[in-house]
Design a protein around this ligand. Structure first.
Ligand SMILES: Cc1cc2nc3c(=O)[nH]c(=O)nc-3n(C[C@H](O)[C@H](O)[C@H](O)COP(=O)(O)O)c2cc1C
Length: 221
């Protein structure tokens, strides 16, 4: 199939048996779909609850999401454009991260609907808001794990020329953690049992964990 988005491959180094497709993202990938989000995948989901200063609850998934430090726990999500979650965190300085599990996948997806600021996605997705340690914003009562976070930084992401990229990285410190006791065995959190969903590439690809995908490897001394 011919490349769709312009961009031709440039040099095609071969080695270790690979025949590479090479491109410069600034001029297009030359494939049917942008592979970037399928390559940096699967990604954990930042299912973020927030509330406006006026007290309207909000819930939305962000897969440009991760933890950047364990102690203190710093987690962040990137808003492409100025979305309601970003606006709410700017207003209140708080957000809650909720674990999106396989059984909550449909609700998570419903909560991504692009709706006006006044619409409460908890209602839209049929979920129960439960007061967090802050009171507001609430956490998702159906989710087995959630972190109450205090905003530490909003980084307006730039391209290599120092120009605004249009995305805003919201980072917060988790100050209160809730874990369903059923996910803790002998003092160890059971990631597999928590059944998190992970975002793949394409418009609709997700993954979840299975026992045969698990392996262990200690770090070198
Ligand atoms: C699984 C999933 C991951 C998403 N990840 C992001 C993301 O990382 N950044 C983003 O800006 N939008 C992302 N979106 C889209 C937002 O969820 C969507 O725009 C939502 O309406 C934003 O809600 P808000 O305006 O209430 O914050 C994602 C959607 C889904 C379904």
């Amino acid at each position: 199939m011919p490349p769709r988005d312009g961009a031709a491959t440039t040099a095609r180094p071969t080695g270790h048996g690979h025949d590479f497709h090479c491109y410069e993202p600034a001029t297009g990938h030359g494939l049917r779909h942008n592979p970037m989000q399928a390559i940096i995948a699967p990604r954990p989901i930042g299912w973020i609850s927030s509330a406006s200063a006026a007290g309207v609850n909000n819930l939305a998934p962000y897969s440009f999401f991760n933890m950047f430090r364990a102690t203190p726990p710093l987690i962040g999500f990137s808003s492409g454009g100025r979305k309601d979650s970003l606006r709410n965190v700017e207003e209140t300085g708080r957000f809650v991260w909720n674990l999106a599990t396989r059984s909550l996948a449909t609700a998570m997806n419903l909560s991504s609907a692009v709706v006006p600021h006044e619409v409460d996605e908890f209602v839209l997705a049929g979920l129960t808001p439960m007061p967090s340690s802050f009171g507001s914003p609430p956490c998702v009562a159906e989710s087995p794990v959630s972190f109450d976070c205090v905003l530490t930084q909003i980084v307006d992401l730039q391209d290599r020329h120092g120009q605004p990229s249009g995305s805003h990285l919201v980072i917060g410190e988790a100050v209160h953690v809730r874990i369903a006791r059923s996910l803790i065995a002998d003092g160890v959190y059971d990631t597999l049992a928590s059944d998190p969903i992970l975002r793949g590439g394409g418009t609709a690809d997700y993954f979840h964990l299975t026992p045969d995908g698990h392996f262990r490897m200690e770090r070198p001394d």
